[in-house]
Design a protein around this ligand. Structure first.
Ligand SMILES: Nc1ncnc2c1ncn2[C@@H]1O[C@H](COP(=O)(O)OP(=O)(O)O)[C@@H](O)[C@H]1O
Ligand SMILES: [Mg+2]
Length: 276
């Protein structure tokens, strides 16, 4: 359940935009929305399916993944992103922290979530306003330089996300400050290859972080490429030596259904998907 406590109309508009985008999406690798609750006291909720393993960035530092697991999870992200791009939605905040995980070793299920920055992109490009916030370390050079967003800028963020997976939860450009990342990435500086990363996967990171947006692949090309390499990955041993520390405990939040505040709640969707 995602909560927004505000009386600010800008924040509320952003929250409503997120729900508007999410409620129309239906794909196994996109977080499913079950209900919306807008309350007159300014506390608003989005009720979504629950992903038992929580956010990928946290999980990467706690759990032992095989390269096969990582490859399969990356394919799922690419499939989810391929779907939202087909719906002409730009995510703008693709990162391991916004991937939610359920399932277990050999059979993880990954969902792309957090559509708080998403935008419907009808043109080829969208130039963000000068004060637009952006996650610097996940952002493509043409956005850092000129705020020029396109589907290819999500592909760049995928490269950084894949790097997070392959480095088992590393911080991108941890050696640099945000200002240095901005300057150096626009000058051609790149993430370095994580220890033990197979060339087949590293080549995907490089392809997705081509300087020219048009030189980057589409998510269709990425999922095809990754699907062809994951078969070989199970035979390569994982380089993550950290011990598994157990599961994230579920967080329980009380939802009060006050009369008049209730906007939408789809029970049929909940019934269908509750075992996911
Ligand atoms: N459906 C869910 N299942 C499990 N954990 C979730 C779910 N939704 C959110 N979370 C947890 O809450 C965190 C923040 O959620 P997110 O939607 O990314 O909000 P924010 O806009 O604050 O970044 C996630 O990183 C994850 O740990
Ligand atoms: Mg988030």
């Amino acid at each position: 359940m995602k909560t927004l406590r505000t009386k600010s109309t800008v924040a509320l508009e952003e929250f409503q935009e997120e729900t508007r985008i999410l409620r129309n999406l239906n794909h196994p690798n996109i977080l499913r929305i079950y209900g919306l609750l807008f309350r007159s006291d300014g506390v608003n909720y989005i009720v979504t399916e629950y992903c038992s393993k929580g956010a990928m960035d946290q999980l990467l530092s706690r759990k032992k993944f095989t390269l096969g697991d990582l490859g399969r999870m990356a394919v799922q992200v690419a499939l989810g992103m391929q779907y939202i791009h087909k719906c002409r939605i730009l995510h703008r905040d693709l990162a391991a922290r916004n991937l939610l995980v359920s399932g277990k070793t050999g059979n993880y299920h990954v969902k792309v979530s957090d559509f708080g920055m998403s935008k419907v992109l009808l043109e080829e490009e969208w130039v963000a306003p000068p004060d637009a916030k952006m996650p610097i370390r996940w952002t493509a050079p043409e956005v850092l330089k000129e705020k020029r967003y396109s589907f290819s800028s999500d592909i760049w963020s995928f490269a950084v996300t894949l790097w997070e997976l392959l480095s088992f939860g590393g911080v991108p450009y941890s050696e640099l400050s945000n200002n240095e990342v901005c300057r150096k990435v626009t000058e051609g500086y790149r993430l370095s290859k994580p220890q033990g990363c197979p060339d087949e996967l590293w080549n995907v990171v490089l392809w997705c972080s081509e300087y020219e947006p048009k030189a980057r692949p589409t998510f269709q090309q990425i999922s095809d490429k990754l699907s062809s390499v994951i078969l070989e990955l199970d035979s390569i041993q994982s380089v993550n030596s950290e011990e598994e520390l157990g599961e994230t405990p579920p967080q329980i939040v009380e939802l009060k259904n006050e009369k008049g505040d209730y906007i939408e709640y789809s029970k049929s969707v909940f019934k269908e998907d509750q075992n996911v």
